[in-house]
Structures are given as structure tokens and as C-alpha cells.
Write a protein that binds this ligand. Structure first.
Ligand SMILES: Cc1cc2nc3c(=O)[nH]c(=O)nc-3n(C[C@H](O)[C@H](O)[C@H](O)COP(=O)(O)O)c2cc1C
Length: 460
């Protein structure tokens, strides 16, 4: 297929990421540490009481995270026992031998499919059910997989590879316009490029016309063969939503369903959906949106629990992830405000999500996946690395980027944002960042790193 030049108005990839493009597009600045908020919910307190006979370290781990960001990791035996006991209790209830006075389970049909619902049951039981691992429609290495989020201008092939090597189980491409793909726009097709070590990988599409989305899915399946096709119903960017793409679709759930159905009909690959909680506060209804996605054929649903009008402000409402987990039968991936490994662990515990997706928390910090995995396995995570390892990984990441893009100067300039993120938190970081934000070659980057590590070099 001949790739045509990009349509007028499309921002070329080469100029896209001089530090601020994706930030400008997505309406955010640098990753900011999220304040650790006390999140007290009825569900959590019920989960507490349910697990009260478990070891005190379990309570310590969970209660400590309500007051500080340090979590005492559980031993794996404690976690396994907690999850097994939870399931056992739930099974008793589901077999109808409940001694807990729970209301009966309702069986209902939704869009022609019979489903068992525990909505209306006491949260005690649903909390237990939620800790069961779910089966994903693509291969995953862990029962609770960690995802690198799709991020325009950030989650490109080199960063995806770095994150995979540090424990991200699944990665997703940045969102790609279905129209751009159909028209053979080179910069959009560049975004679909990936390498084998990145698998399992999803290619994410956005658009508002079911037919175009179906055609793009067909094309992506044939030409790129990812492990799944993800549909973006969350992008808040003005130029996307004004054509009803991304979260713009959330104003019309019939359209959401038609898009998913059309895409499912065009590919043999699993189709997944990434949603926000609604268009605005008045229409906020993540459960209904998720049910419509499931009914349309989505096999996995990722929820970023903010509305489009929230953009990135306020807090992601994790309680909504828990509600969606209870409502649907497919795996739900929780996303939003995970800035530390402890956050990732806590999200799973609080919401029962089947997987955890990390976006801004991974900026310059691929170690977050390794650290989160340690917590999930009951191990103590390694501390975040010092300057030497950070620089080594930044250099490796940069070399991969040059390999993919070919142009040292252009790549270096686009890479400045990553450099800024990698040095965040180091002593003298602001001075270092000032220097790195002026670099025009990888050679300069290496020199600045070397001088930082051996100040004598700078004098000589
Ligand atoms: C720079 C940037 C680019 C993003 N691009 C995409 C995208 O292409 N597709 C998508 O579904 N979400 C995109 N998002 C949203 C993230 O995937 C994620 O849902 C959001 O940042 C919340 O997660 P976090 O709190 O872990 O950052 C983007 C976010 C950022 C910050």
C-alpha cells in the first residue's frame, strides 16, 4: 500500500514532541506527584472487616497506605490466603448457602446476553469476587498484568521496549486516527510500528465513523498484526472530540456500541475499549458505558475514571473502577493517578481490577513496573535507582529512539522531554534539566551525563 503524504493540518511527528506538544494536546504539564489522599470508602471498610481475621501485617499494609505512601508489602502467602478465603466465602454465598443475609443474585439479560449480576448484593461479596484473577484474551505473563498506557508522543516503540524490559506486561500504541490510517498518512502509520519484543501489544484507534473504524481495524490487523485492537473513547483533546472522536463518542452510547461492533466484525483480534467515566458530570455513568462496551463486543475495558470535562484535574475516582468491575463480566483495567508502585498495588486491592494501567507515573520511571510487580508478589521492591543507572537507561532509550527515527538531531530534540523526566529528583536536577533542554545531539547528552557523574571532567 502506498503511503500518501499527511493531510493538511496534521501535526508531523517530527515536530510533535519538543517537550510540550503532548502536554499541550493533553492539557497537562510534567508528571506531578499526586498527593496521597485518604480514600475512605464503604467498600474498603467492608473489605477490612472481611479480612479482619488475617494477619496483622495485612491490616498494617492497607491502613498505612491511607496515611502515608509507604506500604508494608504483604508476604505472598498472606495475599494468596486472603484471596482464597475471599473466594471461598463468596462461593458459599453464590451457591445459595449464604449465612450473611445477602439479597439474592439477580439474573438479567442485557442486550440479549444472559448475565449474572451481583449488583444489589452487599458489597461484602462483590469485594471478595473482585479479587479473583481474570482471563485475558491475549497472552499475559502474570495473573494481574501491568499495562503501559497509550500516550501520544510518549508510549512510542522505544519507550514501550524499555517499559517491557522493566516489567510492563502489556503495552499499547498511542492513539491513531482511523482516517489517517485509511488514507495512508505516513506519520499515522509510523505510530503503528512496533517490534516483536514489545508483544503483547495493542494498537489503539480513534474515530467516530463505525465504517472507517472497521476499515482501519482491518488494515491494522492485516499489515501490523498486533495482539489486540483497542478503541479510544477517552481522549479529551478538543480537535478530536469536536469530530466526536475519543471521549466525544461518550455523548452517544449507541455510537460507542456501533463502533465496537463494526470493529469486532472487521478483525479476528480481540477488541478492547478504553473509556472515561462520561462526557461531563451530569452524564457521568461509567457502569452504563462499560456495559454498552461489553455488549458491543469489547473483551477488556480500561477505565480512566474522570469525565472529559475533568480533563486531568481533580482525582481519578477509583470507586468507579470497583463499580465497573462488579457490573461487567470482562476484565477491567484500572487507570488513573498511579504515581508509585504502592498506588498500583492499592488500586488492585481497593477496586479488584483485573489489571493496572500506568501512564504519567512511568515518565522517566520505567522501574515503577518492576517495583509494582515486587509488591504484587509480596517482595520488597528495590529502591528507585541513582544517577548512574538512570543515565544508562536514558541513554539506552535514546539510542533506541535514534535507531527507530534515524535522525540524531531531530530525535535528540524530541527526546529532551524524556531527559527531563529521567533526571527528576536527582540532586541539582533543575540545573541538569536546563542543560539537557538545550541539547542537539546524543553526544552532548552523553557528555552532560559524564560530567554530572565525574565533575572533574567538567573542569578539565
Ligand atoms: C501525554 C499523554 C498522552 C496521552 N495519550 C493517550 C492516547 O493516545 N490514548 C489514550 O487512550 N490515552 C492517552 N492518554 C491518557 C492516558 O492513557 C491515561 O488514561 C491518563 O493519563 C490517566 O492515567 P495516569 O493518571 O496514570 O496518567 C494520554 C495521557 C498523556 C499524559
Amino acid at each position: 500500500m502506498a503511503l500518501k503524504s499527511r493531510p493538511a493540518g496534521f501535526r508531523p511527528k517530527a515536530t510533535r514532541s519538543l517537550l510540550t506538544t503532548s502536554e499541550r494536546q493533553w492539557g497537562i504539564a510534567m508528571p506531578r506527584p499526586m498527593p496521597v489522599e485518604p480514600r475512605f470508602s464503604l467498600r474498603l471498610s467492608i473489605l477490612y472487616s472481611m479480612l479482619s481475621d488475617f494477619s496483622s501485617s495485612l491490616s498494617r499494609a492497607m491502613s498505612s497506605r491511607r496515611t502515608s505512601s509507604v506500604v508494608v508489602p504483604l508476604r505472598s502467602s498472606e495475599m494468596a490466603s486472603a484471596e482464597k478465603n475471599s473466594i471461598r466465602r463468596m462461593d458459599v454465598h453464590w451457591m445459595g448457602k449464604s449465612g450473611y443475609g445477602a439479597p439474592p443474585i439477580r439474573r438479567e439479560t442485557y442486550g440479549g446476553r444472559r448475565r449474572v449480576s451481583n449488583r444489589g448484593a452487599l458489597p461484602l461479596y462483590s469485594a471478595a469476587a473482585r479479587l479473583r484473577p481474570m482471563k485475558f484474551p491475549y497472552p499475559v505473563a502474570h495473573s494481574v498484568p501491568l499495562f503501559l498506557a497509550p500516550m501520544a508522543g510518549v508510549s512510542e516503540a522505544p519507550f514501550r521496549r524499555i517499559c517491557r524490559s522493566y516489567g510492563a506486561d502489556v503495552v499499547v500504541s498511542e492513539f491513531l486516527s482511523c482516517e489517517g490510517l485509511r488514507r495512508g498518512c505516513k506519520s499515522v502509520h509510523d505510530g503503528a510500528f512496533f517490534t516483536e519484543p514489545e508483544r503483547p501489544i495493542g494498537i489503539q484507534l480513534y474515530g467516530s465513523d463505525p465504517e472507517s473504524m472497521a476499515e482501519a481495524a482491518r488494515l491494522v490487523t492485516e499489515h501490523y498484526a498486533p495482539d489486540f485492537v483497542d478503541i479510544n473513547f477517552g481522549c479529551p483533546v478538543k480537535k478530536v472530540v469536536k469530530r466526536n472522536g475519543g471521549s466525544g463518542c461518550l455523548k452517544d452510547l449507541g455510537l460507542v456500541q456501533s463502533i465496537i461492533r463494526a470493529v469486532c466484525g472487521a478483525t479476528h483480534l480481540p477488541v478492547t475499549a478504553k473509556i472515561r467515566s462520561g462526557w461531563d458530570e451530569a452524564s457521568r455513568d461509567p457502569v452504563t458505558i462499560a456495559l454498552r462496551c461489553q455488549d458491543g463486543g469489547a473483551q477488556v475495558i480500561t477505565l480512566h475514571p474522570r469525565t472529559r470535562t475533568d480533563m486531568f484535574s481533580g482525582h481519578a475516582r477509583w470507586d468507579e473502577i470497583g463499580r465497573v468491575v462488579e457490573a461487567v463480566d470482562v476484565p477491567v483495567i484500572g487507570n488513573g493517578d498511579i504515581t508509585t508502585a504502592e498506588d498500583a498495588f492499592r488500586m488492585r486491592q481497593e477496586t479488584g481490577c483485573a489489571g493496572v494501567m500506568i501512564a504519567r507515573g512511568s515518565f522517566g520511571n520505567p522501574w515503577i513496573f518492576q517495583q509494582a510487580r515486587a509488591l504484587f508478589e509480596g517482595r520488597t521492591p528495590h529502591a528507585s535507582p541513582g544517577a548512574a543507572e538512570r543515565f544508562a537507561v536514558a541513554s539506552r532509550h535514546a539510542r533506541l529512539a535514534v535507531e527507530v527515527q534515524g535522525d540524531d538531531r531531530q530525535t535528540t530534540m524530541e527526546f529532551r522531554k524524556h531527559l527531563g523526566w529521567y533526571v527528576k529528583g536527582l540532586p541539582g536536577a533543575s540545573d541538569l534539566r536546563r542543560q539537557l533542554h538545550r541539547v542537539e545531539s546524543m553526544h552532548e547528552v552523553e557528555r552532560i551525563f559524564a560530567e554530572y557523574l565525574s565533575p572533574a571532567l567538567a573542569v578539565g
